[in-house]
Design a protein around this ligand. Sequence first.
Ligand SMILES: [Zn+2]
Length: 1003
Amino acid sequence: MHDRRSLTEHRIERVLNERLKPAVHRRVGALAVQAWHVEGGQGEPVPPSAAFAASYQPFAVGDPWGPAWGTTWFHITGDAPAADTAGPLEIVFDLGWADHSPGFQAEGLVYRPDGTVIKGLNPRNVWIPVEPGKPIDLYVEAAANPLILEIDPFRPTKLGEKTTAGDAPLYRLARAEVCVRDTQVWELVADIEVLDGLMRSLPEQDGWRMELQLGLDRALDVVDLQDVPGSAAAAREVLAPLLARTANQGAHKISAVGHAHIDSAWLWPVRETVRKVARTVSNVTNLLDSDDSLVFAMSSAQQYEWIERERPEVFARLVEHVKGGRFVPTGGMWVESDTNMVGGEAMARQFVMGQGYFREKFGITCSQVWLPDSFGYSAGLPQIVKQAGLTHFLTQKISWNQKNVFPHHTFWWEGIDGTRVFTHFPPVDTYNSDLSSRELAHAASNFRDKGATSYSLAPFGWGDGGGGPTREMLQRAARTKDLEGSAQVSVESPSAFFTKAEADYPDAPVWAGELYLELHRGTYTSQAKTKAGNRRTEHLLREAELWAATAAVRGLADYPAEDLKRLWKVVLLQQFHDILPGSSIAWVHREAADNYAAVEAELEALIADRLAVLAGDGDQPISFNATPFDGAVPALSGAVPQRAGAPVRVDETGDAIVLDNGVVTVTIDATGVVTGLLDRATGRDVVPAGERANLLQLHQDFPNMWDAWDIDEFYRNTVRDLTELDELKVDLADNGSAAVTVRRSFGESSVVQTMVLQPGARQLDCSVDVDWHERETVLKAAVPIDVHTKEAAFETQFGHLVRPTHTNTSWDAARFEVCAHRFVHVAERDFGAAVVNSATYGHDVTRHESADGGTYSTVRLSLLRAPRFPDPETDQGPHARSYAIVVAPDVAAAVDAGYRINLPARQVTGSPVEPLVRIGGEGTAAIEAVKLAEDGSGDVIVRVYEPLGARTRVTLEPGFEHTGARQVNLLEDDAEADGMSVEDGRITLSLRPFQLVTVRLAR
Ligand SMILES: [Zn+2]
């Protein structure tokens, strides 16, 4: 037979696009449209009641509307014709969408005049149901969200901030009419799309492919192009036998989960997300009402709370469907957060707050973590997940790796402490599948665990502003449930999938350690103020809870549970995976800065109040220490008398400045960089001979795409060391410390570097105050350390992970920029150093040949970037950063210094305060949180972990009367004793490396 593949395929495309799809909706009536543009151009949204009362002007199809971020209300009136046998009546209302980027353009929400909601309007969801023979009277709240990620993407744009976005209308109303949706034509389109997509996915010489080709050709022969509605049913009859062919034995099995990935802020502000969620949920409940095959999963308790508060009517419909089991809360988190940078306790609280909400509102404890889009997954996460009551983990983001292909789609993921979580990466490689035959075929062929198991999950539905799953996607699912040559699709919940997948593959392979994303490495650094706000508020929350709990237990003040919960929610929202990573528009980061400032002010006031109450009336200078350690003694967090030390000696006689406190000797040369940091106890110098530490370096930083997200490896090819200076001076302070201040200018920017040596300190404290006006440039601070090692330790949640610093394999080489929390530590067996920080996450560590043989290691902090998309002014202006170079023979010293730089002691006058709880015994354990129980019982919750990667045995010593200690999980439910034992009232913790334990002390 002659090969007519190409001819048939082109024929199908043209007939589908030019004749069949346009024939689905046939005009049967006109509408009158009026519009009211919310006052003030980009005016903020108004409640429906205010919009209904506004005065509307006539508006015609073709008229422009919508300056960026503006809202226009359309009032639609008319008379619906009588019922039509061809299909249901629907209004087609096209706000003027482009045929690409569904979810990133304008959107609408349709109301009845009584304020009740019908459904959303989105680029692939343009219809409104109409009752035959009834008057039409509807309102559409249309949001003129601008397309920021253009078809030619990553161009700097001013659209991301309402003050710079301009007033030009972005859209023209494209269509507004009453139509009949012709059922036979609509079904024929689905038949052809599914079979055509399947045909194209099969091998060229496959017999079934050829049968499909001939069948589709015959079906098109039957279609009368001058009378599509009249011939559609006959064409469907030709295709029916093909659609009736059942799936091959062993076909790949796809659990299709209805979904809409809605970023809680990104290329739009938080206030728009609230409306996006309402629109999408309205669509979803509408579709759940009309099609009982749909199952829809939605994550992020925050998004539920938004519509509960802002759109109660939509929420009521959601609740009904949750009860019916087809609207499935999933993920168990407050938001789909970043997991690289979020601190240990905050990571726990994402789950405590999320699971708490789902339990309270629906009686549901989620068992699947749902993080399809966060930018890598920390090695500390599995333990947190398990202890928050979840058993399964889902993402697909690692498929975005630049270099290395992840070897599994289904596997056990093992964290730093050894906890394993059953994990799945959907091989469909998207969280916005449309269930097209092409995507189903990709999932089946891409699945890397085939042979061993045949189950995968596909989240389907348009995300962000796309409106979620469509009825067309459900048509495809129905046709591929059991179809020869196709994967078999079942629409079902995430837990239905995970139950089957785990039972089928209990001995899945194990991946140990972080799920590092080989992309978006700039997100550890972009939007520096957001990073600083996160770190600061995480630690203020720790302090506030600790001192408030102490004061409450001692009967000195109430525990402000509701205030703390409210403040936590603000901080948890900012940890969303486009806010904390710095990948949102300017508007979002401006609001984040405002939010952090408000949270900081409120927490500082709360802390000051509780410290005053605790310190009482005495006149002794005392120091409140909220770190887990008090010098060498593992303790927690009481207030002790302030200490003093011998003043630092300064020698300025040679070319260099020498600072000496008897513990270390610091040498700073005439260019203001550190050339020596000699540790007296060991005789070792941290700085390799001839190298320069605390050296600021600039690199050009213009990635190939994803500007705020990515830093590309070639940034290293050029470097400028900042060694020219405007001023260098030394000051001695009253407390005996010495400070060297260096002023430098470069480009349009300037920096003041300060290096302080404190009496008795085994570290050099460094700070930089930068007035930053560079563009597409990264600023790094380099600390060469004279240790020969092939790895470094980086703090993550409740412990640290060790990463190679060599580039032996492509996996090692890909980690040229990595995330650390408070410290990075490099060491030989008996000597080492740490670089600790108070607001930095991005780091790199490299190895270099030493002049005297062997190698040394250079730790660099990524202090600032200046990408221009999506925020063209990213990080312009003043920034303060502090860090320290610490002599740290072991990781314990790094852990301690990391806490201290983030939790500086607070000096007040009063009387010493006994800690509320203390760690006793020889071992080391860190108390991460002390708080009162979430249930309001007044019980004290203490969270402890082993920070060194060692076995430890310690006692937990409460400084108050309690009536019993129980081990609980993160949700504060009783847990099986694992590490905790109580004998004669003595609480002993025997912990595995990095084990996390939560203890509830009843009162
Ligand atoms: Zn996302």
